[in-house]
Design a protein around this ligand. Structure first.
Ligand SMILES: *[C@@H]1O[C@H](CO)[C@@H](O)[C@H](O)[C@H]1NC(C)=O
Length: 329
């Protein structure tokens, strides 16, 4: 099949429901799923205030170098709805409270993004109108959160998503797109704080490890991605992102994270990721085999007509080759 026909055939807004039937019976943690890194930074604007996760020096630099700081803080251009439409099914969420607002939560990345209600309502609307699509919300970091804040956020998420939530279970391999579809469950919340760990509705951090590569160069990132090990029966997040250090930024002051990090990843790392496969991690890896992918995240996921999510979604077709069903696909 030519590239053009393939691109036309792939409906990014409902790629999960369109997957060949045998793949929908495979564990979700063994499928390839595109996600966005620091998903909600599109909501950061020139009027955003410095947030509690910022380096202290940002308070002094921000009034002077607002434009530059925004260029190095924003990691996504597309809003939540558009990310969903281009196939993104995993959102990396960093949350903070605001001192003068008792009842709100905000997205954050050094600067405050939007209050969370609008984006989460869009996710709810998306799953309501796209049965068969499953969205993972990874609550990664919390800033200025008290125990009460965690409980309040928990209550909010339970109210909003209720029966759509995929409860955690011991055997994650039992969860497939088909099994979720039958139960009309479409939202997985990973909650990386123990305060609400008694809540069976949310997944615990160890069910979807997301180690940080902490690399500012392509060769370091490539070698990280080739060598990272994943546990056998959990989900996993491969972070295909470069993290600029302060020195890196100072030397590229007039540029942006998009140009100096996201563009090189697309050019030099995505072709390598296209060689990865989803599937079950095995213990007998050798020097050329790599851990299979599950969730893969990147910055600026909409670039080049969404080539990133398209490439990751396509990896799932490799699963057909490894099954007895390959002729029916
Ligand atoms: C979880 O949240 C509580 C309350 O804000 C905090 O004290 C604790 O350090 C957090 N745990 C982790 C692992 O960050």
């Amino acid at each position: 099949m030519g590239e053009d026909t393939k691109a036309q055939k792939l409906r990014l807004d409902r790629w999960m429901s369109d997957l060949p039937a045998p793949i929908k019976d495979m564990p979700l943690i063994f499928l390839a799923i595109p996600g966005s890194h620091d998903s909600m930074t599109y909501g950061i604007t020139r009027s955003s205030a410095v947030a509690p996760d910022a380096e202290p020096i940002l308070n002094r630099l921000y009034p002077l170098f607002r434009g530059t700081i925004l260029r190095w803080t924003i990691t996504q251009a597309s809003d939540t709805w558009h990310q969903l439409l281009i196939g993104i099914r995993y959102f990396d969420l960093r949350l903070a409270t605001k001192a003068d607002e008792e009842n709100s939560f905000y997205f954050t990345h050094g600067l405050y993004g939007e209050e969370i209600t609008k984006a989460l309502a869009q996710i709810k609307q998306f799953v309501d109108t796209h049965p068969g699509e499953v969205v993972i919300l990874d609550c990664q970091h919390f800033y200025d959160f008290t125990r009460q804040d965690h409980h309040r956020l928990r209550g909010y998420l339970l109210d909003l998503f209720g029966p759509r939530l995929v409860p955690r279970q011991i055997d994650l391999e039992a969860i497939t797109l088909n099994s979720l579809n039958r139960l009309k469950m479409q939202i997985i919340v990973v909650y990386r704080n123990e305060t609400v760990s008694s809540t069976g509705e949310f997944w615990q951090p160890q069910m979807m490890p997301s180690p940080w590569p902490q690399q500012d160069g392509i060769s370091g990132l490539l070698s990280y991605l080739r060598n990272v090990e994943r546990p056998p029966s959990t989900g996993f997040v491969h972070q295909a992102v470069l993290t600029p250090t302060p020195t890196f930024i100072v030397l590229r002051w007039i540029s942006s994270l998009r140009e100096k990090c996201a563009v090189p990843v697309l050019r030099d790392v995505l072709p390598e990721l296209a060689q990865f496969s989803p599937g079950r991690p095995t213990s007998k890896r050798n020097s050329v085999s790599r851990s299979p992918v599950n969730v893969v995240i990147a910055d600026f996921v909409d670039m080049n007509d969404a080539i990133f999510p398209r490439t990751i979604i396509d990896l799932n077709m490799k699963l057909l080759r490894h099954t007895e069903y390959s002729s029916s696909g």
